[in-house]
Design a protein around this ligand. Structure first.
Ligand code: DGL
Length: 247
């Protein structure tokens, strides 16, 4: 069994890529929407929340944990690897290196939570690949709106916050919720190139499982969904997003 966690349903964008890799495992998806957003919380608070989830997933028998949240990865993964040396953690980060690899001269906008943008992990990555043509934009409140699923509010937010970046070529979607609103972002910024870390994470998961010789008896991919809020519609929305296109 493999655990996957996020502060809500955003990690569906990661699980979809994992599904495409053909791993026949049972997944437990832990949607912690009760604590959304992680991005505005202190590092200690996020760590304590994520540690509780990790303990839960390990108790359930998970052999690997995918942190499908840029904020939680940026804040927690180093400490988690120290505290749980025998556990395989796969972490996501804003795909800024992909800009360096695929369109390094393009004017670039990195959208992420405040927690991610201010983290040492992200700033180290940014300083390494800085193309000197990049704006870092903390998108306070955006993950909450996506979690809520209110298109009108999302469009208004993007209009208010992105309109001044009309000449952007590359957009790094540094939060796992953001690939769900590519269409909305295009309405403001036009046909930009999007970069996100989900493909990299899914390939890293396959690589690490192979490296450790971890295999599964399941005949197919399956997902158990858990959400920490009392909102009963989360699971339906999540399952719909697993199979519908949001490109
Ligand atoms: N999906 C999370 C991320 O990738 C959402 C952030 C939040 O809860 O603020 O950062």
């Amino acid at each position: 069994m493999i655990g996957i966690l996020d502060s809500g349903i955003g990690g569906v964008t990661v699980l979809r890529e994992i599904f495409k890799q053909g791993i026949n495992a049972k997944f437990i998806y832990y949607s912690d929407s009760k604590h959304n957003p992680y991005g505005d919380k202190s590092s200690d608070e996020v760590y304590s929340i994520v540690k509780t989830i990790v303990d839960y997933l390990l108790d359930k028998g998970c052999v690997a944990i995918v942190i499908a949240c840029n904020t939680a990865s940026a804040i927690c993964v180093k400490r988690l690897r120290e505290e749980y040396p025998d556990t395989l953690f796969i972490a996501i980060e804003p795909a800024y290196k992909m800009v360096h690899d695929y369109n390094p001269n393009g004017k670039t906008l990195v959208m992420a939570t405040e927690g991610t943008i201010n983290s040492e992990k992200f700033l180290t990555l940014f300083n390494k690949y800085d193309n000197k043509n990049t704006t870092l934009l903390p998108c306070k409140g955006l993950a909450e709106l996506i979690e809520e699923g209110n298109e009108v509010k999302i469009d208004r937010y993007l209009d208010d916050n992105l309109s001044k970046y009309k000449d952007i070529d590359n957009v790094v979607l540094g939060c796992t919720h953001y690939p769900l609103i590519k269409k909305n972002i295009r309405k403001v910024l036009g046909n930009v190139k999007f970069f996100d870390g989900s493909l990299g994470v899914s390939k890293e998961l396959v690589r690490q499982l192979e490296l450790r010789g971890i295999t599964f008896d399941n005949k197919s991919f399956s997902v158990e969904f858990i959400d920490t809020s009392s909102n009963v519609s989360k699971e339906n929305r999540f399952m719909e997003l697993m199979s519908s296109s949001y490109e």
